[in-house]
Design a protein around this ligand. Sequence first.
Ligand code: GLN
Length: 264
Amino acid sequence: MSKSSSLLSLRVVSLYEDILNIYSDKGNRLAVEARAAELGVRVDVDLISLGDRLPSDADLVLIGGGQDREQGIVAMDLLAKGDTLRNWAADNVAMLAVCGGFQLFGRWFRNSKGVFLKGIDVFDCVSTVPAFGNLRLVGDVISQSSIDDLGMIVGYENHGGQTFLGSSAVPFGKIEVGFGNNGVDGTEGVRRNSCIGTYLHGSVLPNNLQLLDWLFTRAIEHRISQSGDSGSAVLEKILEHSKLGTASAFARQLVSATVREEQG
Ligand code: GLN
């Protein structure tokens, strides 16, 4: 937990970090804490795992990826938390769900053994591991975000499950390099209100600070809407020129050039 003298205070819920942390997705939570410290925003983090109660409210929810086995461990517990999380999503709480977490935030996931895991319906999508073959969608990803001016998003994917968006779902990005949701329709991830689902590891937020700031801004807006706190100074500060933001944009350009070169 990081604290400052600012009046503004965000509540972050990180789900099953002890179980769903493939490729160290918990780096997303660390990035949120680091950015909060930089901006002088107090952050209270709840690390929520099996059997834990969710807090009465939250501004940002994070969940990482894991293999089918780990998804099986958390699925029932997540279902018990589903109503609250769905209500929060409808209420513009910011969320980031990565890979295995993204699959479980959809309607259902049929895993590599053909077992159906019910999801929590935050996103209108379904995921399935094809019944035949053992194709995995693995490698570097470059996508163009469908959000405002977020632009290029970079990351790494490794999944056997393929996700298909429902008619009400908006893709988070359009694939330029890599497979994305299913390797067929060119979509990557999903977005709804202030919630993002994505296949991208990296961790994705430290690699894409523009996405970190987008989520952070949504979380602050949520806090302001709930409490009437004044967060306008922080919102302005996020928009200010940041050396880190410039470095991140530069790093993404380099990554993209290297990846495209490797692709030939
Ligand atoms: N187990 C899931 C799959 O392979 C998710 C993997 C992950 O989170 N990287 O589809």
